[in-house]
Design a protein around this ligand. Sequence first.
Ligand SMILES: [Mn+2]
Length: 321
Amino acid sequence: MSQPPEEILQILRKAKRVLIATHVFPDGDALGSQLALGFALESVGKEVFFYSEEAVTYILDFLPGSDRLVTELPKDANFDCAVSVDCGDRRRLGQCADQLLRTKPFIAIDHHAGHQPFGDITWVDEHRSSTGEMIYDLVRLLGCKISQDTAYCLYTAILTDTGSFKYESTTSHTLRVAADLLDYGVKPAEICGHIFDNYTKNRLQLLQAVLGSLALYADDRVAFISVSQDLMDSTGTIPADTELFINFPRSLRTVKVAVFLKETANNIVGVSMRAKGEVDVAEVARAFGGGGHRNAAGFKLANTSLSQLKERLLAELLPLV
Ligand SMILES: [Mn+2]
């Protein structure tokens, strides 16, 4: 497990105005890490600007400070540095990637296996459970104050990226950080309530329909579920509503690989894959231009359909299980 490079500490200590960004379609780790780092830097007198390509969805808008995210980059802002958190490659910075990367020095902090380096200075540690866990170590070293809001965001980041401390990536350090965050005022049941017991009726009806798409192969070792754009339209849901659905096919006792195919507008299909045991789904994802961890990976493909992509993926996956 690595610690933040001294150079990053020096840059952040010196900087007065800091731009913080994360990946598109930010999840709990992305947004929690972004906000927590910002609050911590503000606690030592820095001015912070939070950038996100799109506004926060209702699923994460309980996070303190989520209303501070700005979807437009200021034209004449003189930032002393920029930091991207939880972003595995520059494309995931979104449409403004070039403009963001023009801020120098640009620091990238991430934990994705297969991270494609970008920016000027990076701290990438694929053995970390979450970027939130890394941000905790960073802000402690910087001597920042950890407010209840900061702790709340970091706990959400770690909780969501570890699947509630269930994934292999959860270490003793992860749990020590989480324990510290409780001492800063986090109430685990409250955060769990916001994340897991907060479905809208539409979202539950979407889940009902998506589970109806379950298809099993190779003696139930491979499971597919899918969602079409039509289904999302008819249930009045958004892509963020499908978050965590992949855990249902993954939960099948016989499953080695679970796949969730998500059709979005313009014939683009997003794919999430989860593996149990030896199968490396990151390698499969890389063959389609994506990436991730050995047991959790994904990619997006344009000009395809749900059924076409399913056939192609089956051809790749069946020999592996
Ligand atoms: Mn993450």
